[in-house]
Design a protein around this ligand. Structure first.
Ligand SMILES: [Zn+2]
Length: 336
């Protein structure tokens, strides 16, 4: 018999399409067969789960192994350098900050598929997501939260998300997320915002006070690879929305952020994709720290959750396609 406390931490089983990988066996399957990428274990979550960092090196700077050194057989081999990235721009993607937002990790897996095979997991090609760029991907920042959460909220109701996002106390009430970190022992459902230690990981906005191993590992990885842009995936019960994290971001980068978000929204509207035209800012998210630690321009994308009582009661396919659209727009921008 499973301990009742552990039993209630198992999410309800919701079957999702093949192109919406949301479970650890599927993530492992995809990452272990992605020979075109380098997959590293960059850290371990509070609950003891691996955090993976994935890099893809743009092909514009192919290694010149053996072409120069050793031409006459008696010369020492010339220096062969395997750099972590080519001189091409680098796009960063971070999924799974919040466990109840499974479209982020699913989108990262679809991007990895495009980079290897030219098609996403349902066979769609994305010509803008090119192998000429470098990619730095943390598909699942908060694996503890993913392990506790349903695989999808598509076709459910807004109220269903509210039971999971901030979690439910032992008294059966929704936890107030404004209170920040929570005590896992006090929760009936430990929410998708938190790691297993109860850290509210996306609220660790002070670079000198990072408490969670998830944010620590991700910032070190981003700092090592210094992407030009980092897109962080989130989801909400509303149409697509871009948010500009602005804490510690200099004014010129904020202007560039604004222009890029406007560009994406304009293109979405021209293609008939429902998109919120507002671009709110936030000063309370760890998302902004991609700039502090890695020099990157941070952008936060809120995907629809697909709940029926929202203005975007979208299917899994529409949700992934629009996540992929945002990625493709960032690629176009970087290829400029
Ligand atoms: Zn979120």
């Amino acid at each position: 018999m499973m301990d009742p406390m552990l039993r209630r931490r198992l999410p309800p089983r919701i079957t999702t399409p093949e192109f919406w990988p949301a479970t650890f066996d599927r993530f492992d399957e995809i990452l272990s067969t992605s020979a075109h990428c380098q997959v590293e274990h960059v850290g371990t979550s509070a609950g003891g789960r691996a955090i993976h960092g994935v890099t893809y090196r743009g092909r514009s700077d192919a290694p010149t192994l053996g072409l120069v050194g050793g031409m006459h057989g008696h010369e020492p081999q010339g220096p062969v350098t395997y750099r972590g990235r080519s001189d091409a721009p680098t796009l960063g993607l971070v999924g799974g900050m919040h466990g109840h937002e499974p479209q982020g990790p699913a989108t990262c897996m679809n991007v990895i598929s495009v980079l290897g095979y030219g098609r996403d997991l349902k066979g769609t090609s994305w010509p803008e997501i090119v192998g000429d760029l470098n990619y730095v991907i943390v598909p699942l920042l908060n694996p503890d939260a993913r392990s506790r959460m349903p695989n999808s909220f598509v076709g459910l109701a807004r109220q269903d998300i509210l039971h999971y996002d901030a979690g439910m106390t032992l008294q059966g009430e929704r936890y107030d997320p404004a209170q920040g970190d929570c005590d896992p022992e006090e929760m009936m459902i430990l929410g998708g915002l938190f790691n297993d230690a109860g850290n509210h990981v996306n609220r660790e906005a002070d670079p000198d006070n990072i408490r969670s191993p998830e944010i620590q590992a991700t910032m070190e990885f981003i700092g090592d690879h210094r992407p030009d842009i980092v897109l962080e995936f989130h989801a909400h019960a509303a149409p697509p929305l871009l948010i500009r994290p602005t804490n510690l971001i200099p004014p010129d980068m904020q202007q560039a952020q604004q222009r890029l978000c406007e560009e994406i929204i304009d293109t979405a509207k021209a293609q008939g994709i429902l998109f919120d035209g507002k671009i709110p800012t936030t000063e309370k998210c760890s998302t902004a720290l991609y700039h502090h630690f890695g020099g990157a321009m941070p952008i936060l994308y809120e995907s629809p959750q697909g709940v029926l009582d929202s203005k975007a009661p979208w299917s899994h396919e529409q949700i992934i396609d629009t996540c992929m659209f945002v990625v493709s727009q960032l690629c176009s921008h970087l290829m400029g």
